[in-house]
Design a protein around this ligand. Structure first.
Ligand code: FEO
Length: 384
């Protein structure tokens, strides 16, 4: 695949991965992107996952033909991209390795060598001349590891964006970009909004025609769309108006309350209402939806004088990612001594600009007239 006349795709598709980064389901697999810049000097941009060493080395061989790469640029040391640095170093003993100082320390940790005699250390503002192409390095600390650099090819106006603008899904599967990019962003990068904002500011000063991320498709058209979403996500602003209901239900009674709330909200004119059973549906998808919409309803059971485990995990996921700027409503169920609403609120209370709905619903075992009235009142408040 040709990105520009001189930049070729050398990455791989992974349909075998069970859980990406040890926790995320990837029904459509995963792509580990790598690129080769063909110039007087040849640069390879990042490696791929360890299971694809041979395929990746073959891809490079096919691209470079009878030439050999001069540089391997390592933008990110997480092993989905860095696992084959040693294999590359062995295959091309004269090539140098270009990376940040912190990344070389990590290479020492991962490989038992920091390739001291082959290092080219780069930082903010460093450049590397390949011939016609100049690579300009931009540091991107904590997006989402500390050693990350991005690389701007000022000749072809290409930004190699490391994990930025990446998504779940292999490149041989056609699917909506935003859905799996949002799940990826909030799952993996979501905690680091401030750092993403800092990189977006640097990127705004560059004339970018193409974004080459380490996962997901190469972005060429309508870059404003992607950059605008990244700006919203990293500044913790809701992407759109809508109500997301995250719930757990042990015997179906809390679920019935959720169903009733969905019905009432729709009756009262709410256009977007989505609900997810946290015990049975993908938690990362629920986290993504909580950030996508401006209103969140949490419905759960009192359990061991606390809250049901899946809800506790969900709220912890939100808090860890600095959940803010949203309205939150609470529904609790308890056969005796319901405390779930109080406990959920306590977990979230430190979040910036979180508004709690005035109406809280308390169910004692099953819906009754009183709790149905509370749901009606909550629905009114949420669509107001
Ligand atoms: Fe795609 Fe952070 O590794």
């Amino acid at each position: 695949m040709e990105i520009t006349k001189d930049i070729k795709y050398a990455g791989v598709n992974d349909h075998e991965v069970d859980l990406f980064e040890g926790q995320y389901i990837v029904p459509n697999g995963m792509a580990y992107n790598s690129y080769v810049i063909m110039d007087e000097k040849i640069a390879v941009m990042d490696t791929v996952d360890k299971n694809f060493k041979d395929e990746w080395l073959n891809n490079i061989k096919e691209i470079v033909g009878d030439k050999t790469p001069d540089y391997l640029v390592v933008q990110h040391m997480e092993p989905d991209h860095s696992a084959n640095i040693d294999a590359f170093a062995e295959a091309y003993p004269d090539a140098q390795i270009v990376s940040s100082k912190k990344a070389f320390v990590m290479m020492g940790q991962f490989f038992g060598t920091d390739f001291a005699d082959r290092q080219v250390v780069v930082g903010e503002g460093s450049t590397l001349e390949l011939g016609a192409h100049t690579l300009n390095f931009v540091t991107a600390p904590m997006v989402h590891w500390p050693e990350v650099i991005m690389t701007y090819d000022s000749t072809d106006k290409v930004l190699f964006a490391a994990d930025g603008f990446g998504k779940f899904g292999a490149l041989d599967v056609d699917e909506d970009w935003a859905c799996e990019a949002r799940r990826y962003y909030f799952g993996i990068v979501g905690k680091y909004g401030k750092q993403v904002q800092a990189v977006l500011k640097k990127a705004a000063a560059l004339d970018i025609a193409t974004i080459c991320p380490l996962h997901g498709p190469i972005l060429k058209e309508d870059l404003g769309y992607y950059i605008d979403l990244y700006d919203k996500w990293s500044s913790y602003q809701p992407e759109e108006e809508g109500i997301f209901i995250a719930y757990t239900s042990v015997y179906g009674n809390t679920e019935k309350a959720v169903e009733l709330l969905v019905e009432k909200l729709k009756e009262k004119g709410a256009e977007t209402v989505e609900a997810s059973d946290l015990a049975r549906e993908d938690m990362a998808e629920a986290v993504e939806d909580a950030f996508r919409y401006d209103r969140l309803v949490l419905a759960t059971t009192t359990y061991n004088n606390d809250i049901f485990p899946f809800m506790r995990e969900f709220i912890a996921d939100l808090v860890e990612r600095d959940y803010q700027n949203r309205t939150i409503a609470l529904i609790e169920n308890g056969t005796w001594g319901p405390v779930a609403a109080k406990k959920m609120r306590a977990m979230l209370e430190g979040g910036k600009n979180l508004t709690f709905a005035e109406n809280t619903v308390t169910i004692k075992s099953a819906l009754n007239e009183a709790s149905i009235a509370q749901i009606e009142a909550l629905a009114d408040e949420l669509v107001k």
